[in-house]
Write a protein that binds this ligand. Structure first.
Ligand code: NAP
Ligand code: ZN
Ligand code: ZN
Length: 353
């Protein structure tokens, strides 16, 4: 396969795990086959961007361009494109391709592709035979099956984080059929957690938010939590023991899982979506007693991501965001590490001009 023609686009990248992100120019492939070219208007800042930029998961390929909560306008389509036209408002999440033939891809669960999904950053771009580069950039080129349609009624900047924080919390809550009559816990009021609260509430559950930040109690209630528990307060934790059907854990750092397992009912399920750098110790006894489960969930497939976006359009659900300029990204990372985000940073990509 000959290397496709490329064009240049401005971006922000880091050359190693310890440097700051700075302005650069990267190459994108010119659209061919089923490719859609998108001018990026906004890109959300996920904690995964920080884990990846700093090689906390050990597989970062440098130079790294993070960003997988991408929204923008279609500026060009290749001849094979049938689903989109120039001018459409679209989104791209954590995936830009997959094998499409394995049982998981065939079931619309491309995030669990047997031969490896192509992640928006840190994957392998076959066309250019190099690591994929994410959405901290002015444009991106993605094959149409991995491009989402954005609901017209939603504020585009506030909808951008739905592409990761939204689908990552929507998918497990749907998979385990969260609804009326259930008591559901959400751990950590960050980008993922605040969407977990909104979705669990929208699905009809009784929602309890666990936070280490007493300053977030009022916000959690405004966002939809029926109760808020300060997780560092042993008496407050003990009062919740054995009462939860499901707890969704969206914490980015080391913390005690056993404390949350003890809050589950018989057959209750602790679902991890947070992806801390280091392994988390699990004791056997909290799992044995009451036949509890510990599970995980990774983003969501393309059909479910579109379903989630449409659900948000119908129910007017968006993320609570703080807009930043591209050159504020390094400060934003430091604030994210202090759990000081209300509740997702979104980069205004016009500031990269
Ligand atoms: P975030 O906005 O930084 O939120 C994380 C929250 O965790 C913080 O706001 C804080 O909430 C809590 N927290 C932080 N440090 C803590 C500590 N030491 N002990 C207890 N709680 C702590 O991050 P995010 O973007 O929502 O991402 C959360 C995690 O999910 C990251 O690890 C990310 O990589 C991962 N992720 C996974 C998927 C997936 O597919 N499974 C997708 C996207 C992201 P409080 O202040 O309320 O305590
Ligand atoms: Zn993410
Ligand atoms: Zn596959």
């Amino acid at each position: 396969m000959s290397k496709p023609v490329c064009f240049s686009t401005k971006a922000y990248s880091t050359p190693n795990a310890t440097s700051q992100l700075t302005a650069t120019t990267i190459e994108r492939r010119e659209p061919s086959d089923h490719d859609v070219q998108i001018a990026i208007q906004y890109c959300g800042v996920c904690h995964s961007d920080l884990h990846y930029a700093r090689n906390e998961w050990g597989f970062t390929q440098y130079p790294a361009v993070p960003g997988h909560e991408i929204v923008g306008r279609v500026t060009a389509v290749a001849d094979g494109v049938t689903k989109f036209k120039v001018g459409d408002t679209v989104g791209v999440g954590c995936l830009v391709d997959s094998c499409r033939t394995c049982p998981n891809c065939q079931s619309g669960l491309e995030q669990y592709c047997d031969t490896g999904m192509v992640m928006t950053y840190g994957g392998m771009e076959q066309q250019l035979d190099r690591p994929t580069l994410g959405g901290y950039a002015q444009s991106i080129v993605v094959t149409e099956d991995f491009v989402l349609r954005m609901p017209a009624n939603l504020d585009l900047a506030a909808a951008a984080p739905l592409l990761c924080a939204g689908i990552t919390t929507y998918s497990p809550l749907r998979h385990w059929k969260v609804g009326p009559g259930q008591k559901v816990g959400i751990v950590g009021l960050g980008g993922l957690g605040h969407m977990g609260v909104k979705f669990a509430r929208a699905f009809g559950a009784h929602v309890v938010l666990f936070t280490t930040s007493p300053s977030k109690v009022e916000d959690a209630k405004r966002l939809g939590a029926h109760e808020v528990v300060i997780s560092t307060d042993e008496a407050q934790m003990a009062a919740q023991a054995g009462t939860f059907d499901l707890i969704l854990d969206a914490v980015s750092a080391t913390h005690d899982l056993n404390a949350y397992l003890n809050l589950l009912k018989r057959d209750g399920n602790l679902v991890l979506v947070g992806a801390p750098e280091k392994p988390l110790p699990v004791a056997a006894f909290p799992l044995l007693f009451r036949r509890r489960s510990l599970s995980g969930s990774l983003i969501g497939g393309l059909p479910e991501t579109q379903e989630m976006l449409d659900f948000c359009g119908e129910h007017n659900i968006t993320c609570d965001i703080e807009m930043i300029r591209m050159d504020q990204i390094n400060d934003a990372y430091e604030r994210m590490l202090k759990s000081d985000v209300k509740y997702r940073f979104v980069i205004d990509m016009a500031t990269l001009a």
